[in-house]
Design a protein around this ligand. Structure first.
Ligand SMILES: NC(=O)c1ccc[n+]([C@@H]2O[C@H](COP(=O)([O-])OP(=O)(O)OC[C@H]3O[C@@H](n4cnc5c(N)ncnc54)[C@H](OP(=O)(O)O)[C@@H]3O)[C@@H](O)[C@H]2O)c1
Length: 333
């Protein structure tokens, strides 16, 4: 899609990679920066990147930020928060306020690409084919509920603003700090998981494949008013991720520790309590435990393949190897 693209959440993991890709493709980019946005980011003063400063509560500044752009990719959001209100503040209020600003200041916007999450739909009941776009949403966590509320807030503008929703599963790649924790465990010779003991499966997508799918959705005329999982061809088992990481990390047999559900919830309760007292998001609380114990975080790529011609082209082994090399070069691992 020609014309300038406004990107929110541009200082984050996916956002910074997205801006690099857009600039590399010669597209005109404007980034929305909040007062809290990380200063000194590599995006600052970059050729081809215009900056718009706005808090999501500042109607006038938001109006200026959305004015004149052809499309918006709304990536900003929070994956960790102390409580439900924190998730609403990060995942619902910004969508509402942005779309209200678009309605007033840019009614000719050609596309609003809203990045939600598999968490908004919840886990699958079987490993294949996984959750589909037509399934009933069943989020299991405060994060997932807030992402679903964000989608619903965006859908209220249907008919006035051309909206496309993209739902990624777990995203990995250079710059990610969440799955990094899993690789750190492996490097240290163990892997902690939680659940029923069934063979867990999870969809995962390399950040560059996700960006490719997002841009196909942005540029597709027929994607307006539709939603897509942009995901791997299938769900992976832990053993496949371990196998992909082993050559780069060089670990031997791993100590596998699976926390049974009651233990995971108990640990979540304790760590969640500490987090509330310290007012810092917990690594695991009862809410996160509810996500961790699910058997199948799997979604189907079929609709995106059929309608957008999207296929995640990075094999897991190659994507993981490159990511690990990046972590090692940066001294993160
Ligand atoms: N990473 C994944 O595995 C994954 C999977 C599925 C879906 N997603 C979704 O993809 C999006 C980007 O994820 P990410 O991994 O790139 O996250 P990230 O690295 O945490 O970046 C998110 C960005 O959102 C902005 N932000 C932070 N707190 C905010 C708040 N309270 N209100 C408004 N904006 C706030 C910040 O950008 P600015 O400071 O520039 O505003 C931040 O850099 C999120 O919407 C997330 O839900 C991610």
């Amino acid at each position: 899609m020609a014309g300038e693209i406004l990107v929110t959440g541009s200082t984050g993991f996916i956002g910074s990679r997205l801006v690099d890709t857009l600039v590399g493709q010669g597209r005109r980019v404007r980034v929305l920066l909040r007062p809290e946005s990380r200063g000194g980011s590599s995006l600052q003063c970059r050729a081809g990147v215009e900056e718009a400063f706005a808090a999501y509560g500042d109607t006038e500044a938001l109006g200026r930020a959305v004015s004149g752009v052809a499309s918006i990719i709304h990536l900003a959001g929070v994956t960790k928060a102390v409580n439900e209100a924190g998730f609403i503040e990060g995942n619902v209020t910004p969508v509402k306020n942005l779309l209200e600003a678009v309605k007033r200041h840019n009614p000719w916007l050609r596309r609003f690409l809203h990045i939600s999450s598999l968490a908004a739909m919840g886990p699958a009941t079987s490993p294949s084919p996984g959750v589909r776009e037509t399934d009933m949403p069943r989020p299991v966590s405060a994060y997932g509920r807030s992402k679903l509320l964000g989608e619903e807030a965006a859908q209220r503008y249907t008919g006035r603003i051309p909206l496309t929703i993209v739902r990624p599963p777990a995203v990995y790649g250079p710059g990610d700090r969440d799955i990094l924790e899993v690789f750190k465990m492996m490097k240290n010779g163990y892997l902690l998981s939680a659940g029923s003991g069934k063979l867990q499966r999870f969809s995962m997508i390399h950040v560059d494949d996700l960006i490719c799918g997002m841009l196909l959705a942005l540029d597709s005329q027929t994607a307006a008013g539709r939603d897509y999982f942009i995901t791997s061809p299938r769900g992976y088992a832990w053993d496949e991720l371990i196998g992909a990481a082993r050559p780069a990390l060089g670990f031997g047999p791993l100590l596998r520790i699976n926390l049974p559900k009651p233990l995971a919830f108990g640990l979540g309760a304790v760590l969640g309590g500490v987090a509330k007292l310290t007012r810092r998001p917990a690594l695991i609380n009862q809410d996160k435990a509810r996500e961790l114990v699910q058997d199948y975080w799997v979604c189907s790529p079929e609709k995106a393949m059929r309608e957008l011609g999207f296929t995640a082209s990075t094999p897991l082994a190659k994507g993981v190897a490159e990511t690990l090399r990046w972590y090692q070069l940066k001294g993160w691992l």
